[in-house]
Design a protein around this ligand. Sequence first.
Ligand code: DAH
Length: 375
Amino acid sequence: MSDIDELKTHLLTAIEASAALDALEAVRVEALGKQGRVTQLLKTMGAMSPEERQANGPAIHGLREAVTNAIAARKAVLEQIALDAQLAGEALDMTLPVDVPAAGTVHPVAQVMDELAEIFADLGFAVATGPEIEDDWHNFGALNIPETHPARAMQDTFYIAKPEGAADDAAPMVLRTHTSPVQIRTMVEVARRHAGAGSAGGAPIRIIAPGRVYRSDWDATHTPMFHQVEGLVIDKGITLAHLKWTLETFLRAFFERDDVVLRLRPSYFPFTEPSAEVDVGFSVEKGKRVIGGDEGWMEVLGSGMVHPRVIAACGLDPDEWQGFAFGCGIDRLAMLKYGIDDLRPVFEADVRWLKHYGFAALDVPTLSGGVGTAA
Ligand code: DAH
């Protein structure tokens, strides 16, 4: 075998044997690099006589071509192998079950808001919202709480500094002290549509408005931010009986007990007449108070028949439309239902507390499944 054939066999074997791209590159340099053996052979042709060149040229050129082709072919194979390996490494099996435990939980207050929406949706109520930074009229004035009214002192209001250039007599904005302004916003909007659409538009109204409210208060049972849910029904021929039935139906569904009993106590709110505070009966089981029965009473909400002045302030005719309203602390509902003793950690965002009292993200409350099935 000639030297050229020997070199060819050596190089082609080395090319076939290279298992990776860098090994192949080393063979390429050995053969075709500046100092490569094939390159050296090509250079010798310059010093050959025409006859010698004729005799050896085809073999040398053939060698270069064979080696170049073999390298290109091997390179393509190795690149494909590398790509296949990368794709296999990055593959996701979408059919595998998820075995990563959910990291977060649904806060009990959010859970209770979902439960409220679910229960009241079943009774035909929509969810309404309003701004947390509210003007004086919506938070107080329209609710029959004029500036001089002592009821303003009932709530320790956070006032927002007036913007630069505001008129001296401009009423200050406040952080809403209750969800009752959403009653006003809802009625005003309905009265506006009512005016445009004749008596077919507008009322009846059935809404609940859950959300954050703010008061300057801080102790074991009060936080400066807390949650309320407002309820409002406006229709024709609405009486206290509708109010009591609605609250009873709501609280029975919420506490998931049929023996929930209510007691309405006469009370005073500027925006309702008559007004009632609503107590729910509890019994004592294993030394703990549980809702249901009538061994004792605890107050859970304020309510009443919407004051005609409030209805009129919103642009509806109080001789035509009546209604009831109620307001209830959501945090307290959550504490009562889920056995939370202290209010302050409810807003401290301690992960251990959230893990203990929180709910699974996919555990959406439904009436049929039990609105409060614990995680
Ligand atoms: N807004 C009252 C408060 O924050 C709660 C309330 C009482 C709301 C009676 C009502 C109601 O709608 O009718 O203390």
